[in-house]
Ligand binder design. Structure first.
Ligand code: SF4
Ligand code: SF4
Length: 649
């Protein structure tokens, strides 16, 4: 071993030792805090329940305390289900409550019944944060009626804070000189799984994957219009806003990028109409307006000034301004989908290609930016082959496939953002030069404009805002957001001003400032815009994991609603599979905050590490990279701390 190699080896060893010591410290500190003795007390809590919150909304006690809860409802009947504790009761008016108790029957089965009580006593013997939830459908926002019991010392929270500091330290040590890590060979799934390519090349493939989704989706719209008006009993609300939203953020986008766009049923009818075909390609020899197809309608091109995602950013913010209404009122969901459907037809008649998807779809913006992190990518196998191929059938259309409906040229495509995974180029390329590549998470580490940076920051702000509104215990915020029921316009406008102001002014302003200062701090001579856009990539993994953490409780807590609506999709009292009255039994709810904490740690790790990697093409020197990444890492760390406080603190 040469002297230089030995030095490198020793530096690496020291680095791993520091990381290990950091981990020991990160675990030890919360354990030491946990060992500090607390005096146990008896606490009497007068708990008032009122649509859609409890007072007090947070109960902070010490481990070992005896709690005597005296509940009453100020309006309708509510419930109280405490995660992690065998405490459940129904709250009526004037201090009347019914406590659930259970026993083992002679047949060995667990039986339950309700006891009329005026107070409920139990010992807070587990430390951490425990959510209590309403179990009685009390109104539109019933699934979001929660409160919090904090049993100190809140060890899981302390552990996550110290681990997040450890993650930041470790990433800085590991990634400052990332040049040492070898680059892997691209892994082309089409080479390993040839039948997959054959399947995607089939002309009918796209149509037949959309079809079932198309049928189900439009049945959901019917259900949203004519089924139960109660959100948690309507299949449209439960499947779209609980199951689909979670699957999109946690599975589809991280694994398949814009895979959803491949099967999205909303733009499909307009596309079929425009092509005058469900499956076949209508190829014309002589190009019309540069493409080898003629579509129905005016076939105009989208204005150049609007070829960005600013419109999508504004439309997304507009949509989430009614977020809580949208996800609790089936008719609102139906209206949004019908408006989208109408827009796809209107735009389809005026413009050619998927203009709605590219520039107007409210969720299309984040689908694009977040897809850049996905572990799969459709790319040209050999860009040189594309360069030499004059016809460029993938772009202008060929006999085998339609011209790229997303207006992308795969020959030089280096990001997933605007590839809708429609599979047409796989079919049209006569050179068989398209591959589906597997790659590490967070690989397209470039943002190309401030529209994309704003999208990333908007998504972060909305993840925080939704966490506060929907998962938090603050009834007055839910009331402000729920304007159509509460009728309180001023709190609603304040609520909107907070979200829009943070999303369009505070967060972007702060991050642009961070970009400038980081650029100066690093002493690197990149222009501010380039540096800011590079650094903002770090927030994409943070955002993806923040959304996964936010969406997780809706599945773990509300899965019974999924089973319920499966048996009774229209809310007409059916019981098709015997699950219509599946009891409210959240799935290991006491573990939700810890799992959310781990997810956020993963977001922090991927965010900062990908931020470092994004600087690789610009900066070689490790210490310059460290200086450049310092402030964006603090920003990412603080965002994660806000979410940790909301989920665990
Ligand atoms: S048709 Fe195939 S070879 Fe030609 S430019 Fe497109 S992807 Fe490349
Ligand atoms: S034609 Fe190819 S590049 Fe264009 S959207 Fe479809 S899959 Fe993506």
């Amino acid at each position: 071993m040469t002297g230089k190699m030995r030095l490198k080896h020793n530096t690496k060893r020291k680095r791993y030792l520091v990381i290990l010591l950091g981990l020991v410290l990160a675990v030890a500190i919360p354990m030491i805090i946990r060992a500090i003795p607390h005096e146990a007390k008896t606490r009497v809590i007068n708990l008032k329940a009122q649509k859609y919150g409890y007072s007090p909304e947070r109960m902070v006690v010490n481990r070992g305390d005896t709690l005597i809860i005296k509940p009453t409802s100020l309006d309708v009947t509510h419930g109280f289900y405490l995660d992690g504790y065998p405490v459940e009761f129904i709250i009526k008016q004037q201090g009347v409550a019914f406590q659930k108790y259970s026993w083992e029957g002679e047949d060995g089965k667990i039986k339950t019944d309700w006891d009329k009580v005026s107070e409920i006593e139990f010992t807070a013997d587990k430390a951490g944060k425990f959510i209590f939830r309403c179990t009685q459908t009390c109104g539109n926002l019933h699934p979001f009626m929660t409160g919090e019991l904090i049993v100190r010392p809140n060890t899981p929270y302390h552990l996550m804070i110290s681990l997040s500091l450890w993650v930041v330290l470790s990433v800085f040590l590991l990634y400052r000189n990332r040049g040492e890590i070898e680059k892997r060979e691209p892994f082309n799934l089409f080479e390993r799984i040839p039948w997959l390519k054959r399947l995607l090349k089939l002309r009918g493939f796209h149509f037949f994957v959309i079809l079932p989704n198309f049928v189900v989706f439009y049945l959901f719209i019917l259900s949203a219009l004519w089924g139960s008006p109660v959100g948690n009993r309507n299949i449209a609300i439960i499947f779209v806003w609980i199951l689909w939203w979670f699957a999109l953020k946690a599975i589809v986008v991280p694994l398949g990028g814009r895979l959803w766009c491949m099967i999205c049923p909303l733009p499909a009818p307009a596309e079929w109409l425009g092509r005058k075909s469900f499956t076949a390609v209508r190829y014309i020899q002589k190009p019309f307006k540069g493409l080898h197809h003629r579509f129905l309608g005016l076939q105009k091109n989208w204005p150049k000034a609007l070829r960005n995602i600013w419109l999508q950013n504004i439309l997304f913010l507009s949509m989430i301004s009614f977020g809580i209404i949208l996800i609790t009122r089936p008719v609102a969901t139906a209206i949004v989908f019908l408006v989208i459907l109408a827009m796809t037809f209107l735009l389809g008649v005026i413009f050619r290609q998927r203009i709605f998807c590219l520039y107007m779809c409210p969720v299309g913006g984040f689908l694009g930016t977040y897809s850049s992190a996905s572990v799969t990518a459709l790319r040209a196998v050999d860009p040189e082959v594309c360069r030499k191929h004059k016809e460029k059938c993938c772009y202008v259309g060929g006999e085998g496939g339609w011209a790229c409906p997303w207006n992308q040229y795969i020959g030089n495509m280096d990001r997933n953002n605007y590839c809708g995974f429609c599979t047409e180029c796989i079919k049209s390329c006569p050179k068989d030069n398209i591959g589906l590549f597997l790659r590490p998470f967070g690989s397209d580490r470039v943002l190309k404009g401030y529209d994309e940076m704003f999208n990333v920051l908007i998504m972060l702000v909305v993840a925080i805002a939704f966490s506060i509104t929907m998962l938090g215990p603050w009834g007055f915020i839910k009331e402000a957001a729920n304007v159509t029921e509460s009728g309180k316009l001023i709190p609603y406008f304040i609520y909107l001003a907070c979200i829009w102001g943070s999303a369009l002014l505070i967060f972007p302003g702060l991050f642009i400032w961070i970009g400038r200062v980081s650029n100066r701090l690093s002493g690197f001579s990149a222009d501010h815009r380039t540096m800011t856009l590079r650094l903002s990539y770090a927030l994409i993994p943070v955002g993806i994991f923040a959304w996964i953490a936010f969406s997780l409780p809706s599945v773990m807590v509300n899965y019974n609603y999924i089973l319920g609506v499966l048996s009774d999709p229209l809310g007409l009292g059916w019981d098709l599979f015997g699950t219509a009255d599946f009891p409210f039994e959240p799935f290991y709810p006491e573990w939700i905050p810890t799992i959310q904490g781990v997810i956020l740690l993963a977001g922090l790790y991927f965010g900062i590490s990908r931020g470092f990697m994004g600087l690789d093409p610009l900066i070689e020197d490790g210490s310059v990279k460290v200086k450049a990444m310092l402030l964006p890492s603090v920003f990412a760390f603080l965002v994660i701390q806000v979410l940790m406080k909301l989920y665990l603190g």
